[in-house]
Design a protein around this ligand. Structure first.
Ligand code: BTN
Length: 257
């Protein structure tokens, strides 16, 4: 597998594990030792997969795609949030190529049939000169999990490709296409083609112009997201028609209309 991936993407170093605590943790470990080449860590299982907001990320053996990309992009720190948008677009495009009707829930969950199919955890280190030292983009995709693989709580909120379509998918085919798309969008971004990516993000948004519950700053509000900005923020309109820019928050899965 490693050979095939290294041949397809010669500028990337691929490392495959049977089991690891977390592919993001392993990237951090490599990054701290110093690295010169973009590296992708893939593991068949994670024993301590991590999600956003300190949550666990369930990553059982042989069923999903659990991987992380370690890279050192020459971009200013304030462009980091655009990488999140870009990754969501590349992931959503990849899944759609398999005739799966996914959408992006701000900021970076991939949704299928109103449930979460895939999540992204981006971590980074900024050095004393305020430059990006490295970025780790961790991605989990529920590919061939069965309904009974999920806990009762997750069954309500999560979905896999297999549950949605009844078919088994070749995980590495999905990974190949994702890396291809990611490289493609990343080059567009570096070439200054952000508008194209942002428009794609908006066109595939699960929340734009719908009434949703937004949790932020310890409160929950009903809002209508009206735009997504280049810095990754969400522009929302509340029930009194006040417009607010949301940098960090969580939208519940249930759309209200
Ligand atoms: C989320 O939706 O909360 C983000 C989930 C990110 C999960 C992936 S799986 C591969 C990588 N390693 C981790 O520990 N987390 C990310």
């Amino acid at each position: 597998m490693k050979l095939e991936f290294n041949r397809l993407f010669p500028s990337i170093n691929f490392i495959f594990f049977d089991e690891i605590d977390s592919t993001n943790n392993y990237c951090k470990y490599i990054a701290e030792q110093g690295f010169s080449k973009t590296t992708v860590i893939v593991s068949d299982a994670q024993t301590a997969g991590r999600g956003t907001k300190g949550r666990n990320f369930y990553s059982p053996k042989g069923t999903g795609l659990w991987f992380s990309i370690l890279l050192k992009p020459s971009i200013p720190i304030n462009e980091l949030s655009f990488l999140t948008l870009l990754t969501s677009v590349a992931l959503n495009d990849t899944l759609k190529a398999f005739s799966i009707n996914t959408a992006i829930k701000w900021p970076n969950d991939i949704i299928l049939n109103d449930r979460k199919l895939s999540g992204i955890l981006i971590e980074s280190k900024i050095n004393n000169n305020k430059l990006l030292e490295y970025v780790i983009i961790g991605i989990g995709i529920n590919v061939n999990l069965n309904k009974e693989d999920f806990s009762d709580e997750l069954k309500e909120k999560a979905i896999s490709l297999k549950i949605a379509t009844g078919k088994e998918y070749d995980r590495y085919k999905i990974l190949k296409l994702f890396i291809f798309n990611f490289e493609n969008y990343f080059n567009k971004f570096i070439d200054g083609n952000k508008k194209f990516i942002l428009n794609k993000y908006k066109a595939n948004s699960f929340v734009l112009n719908k009434k949703v519950n937004l949790k932020y700053k310890d409160k929950t509000k009903i809002v209508i997201p009206i735009d997504i900005l280049e810095d990754g923020a969400l522009l929302v309109k509340d029930q009194n028609s006040n417009i607010e820019k949301i940098v960090s928050g969580e939208i519940s899965l249930r759309v209200l209309f």
